[in-house]
Ligand binder design. Structure first.
Ligand SMILES: [Zn+2]
Length: 270
């Protein structure tokens, strides 16, 4: 579609002055890790208003992963890793859900009804897919294409709420895997070996193909060693705490990097 005034391609969902659906940081990073942050932002496109929610609801976990982008940016700098961040809230479309999953465009999340997601037409759904979901995943795919033949370990960075449904979650950090547990096993050991952290394997969530999209599609789909890192949100409320966590994760990663490279099965990578 062409905007009749500016003659530039226009989007029916985003205003011309709104942020892009995806941000790629340090695209030429030479480290072995590639980082992705599916739930980096709680931004809603202006044309969708607030989806019928109030500001406190949009600040909460249902809209994004508080603190995750901050940790991911600092970790990217520590590891000289490329990082891909989604630009809009998971409530508009969740970039880590298969499009067939009811949580892709959730009508309800954690008991909160999302009025702006109810009764959408196929065209409205398609617009969100094409404007937000596809550009994010295309950016990850292009980045991974550029790195074919180089050791590449895919890590997604998330955060989780300290309490869910009245239940405290005891882990400071969780590392999850799908079909390929190898990278997660190395990270779990490295994080657990410091002795001061409660580390959850496949906690608070495992990776499941029916529910998760990013690691199954880009990691397992390409045969790349991959894992999901989930940090408890009360540990990363301030920028200083996020920096501490990034440094801790970077130190754990460096300890296992040699072994992780070997998982890539490339010769001459050492
Ligand atoms: Zn998340």
């Amino acid at each position: 579609m062409i905007d009749p005034v500016t003659r530039k391609p226009s989007s029916a969902l985003l205003e011309p002055d709104e942020p892009a659906p995806v941000e790629v940081v340090n695209i030429d990073g030479e480290g072995t890790a590639v980082l992705v942050c599916d739930h980096a932002s709680n931004r809603i496109p202006q044309r969708l208003g607030s989806l019928g929610l109030d500001a406190p609801q949009l600040a909460e976990h249902i809209a994004w992963d508080p603190g995750a982008a901050e940790v991911a940016r600092r970790l990217a700098a520590e590891l000289d890793a490329p990082l891909v961040l989604s630009g809009y809230s998971r409530l508009v479309i969740d970039c880590n859900r298969p499009l067939s999953h009811p949580g892709s465009i959730a009508e309800e999340s954690a008991g909160v009804a999302i009025p702006g997601n109810r009764g959408l037409s196929p065209e409205e759904r398609g617009l969100r897919v094409e404007t937000l979901f596809r550009p994010y995943h295309n950016a990850i795919a292009r980045l991974l294409d550029r790195r074919v033949g180089r050791p590449t370990l895919l890590l997604s960075v998330h955060s989780f709420t300290p309490v869910l449904n009245g239940r405290a979650r005891p882990w400071h950090v969780g590392v999850s895997h799908g079909r390929d547990p190898r990278l997660a096993a190395l990270l779990l050991e490295a994080l657990g070996s410091t002795g001061d952290l409660r580390v959850g394997e496949n906690q608070p969530y495992p990776i499941e193909e029916a529910i998760d999209y990013t690691i199954p599609h880009h990691g397992e789909g390409r045969g790349l060693p991959s894992a999901m890192i989930e940090i408890r949100q009360d540990g990363i409320r301030s920028a200083a705490d996020a920096a501490d966590w990034a440094a801790r994760l970077a130190a754990a990663y460096r300890r296992i990097e040699g072994a992780a490279r070997r998982l890539c099965g490339l010769s001459g990578g050492e």
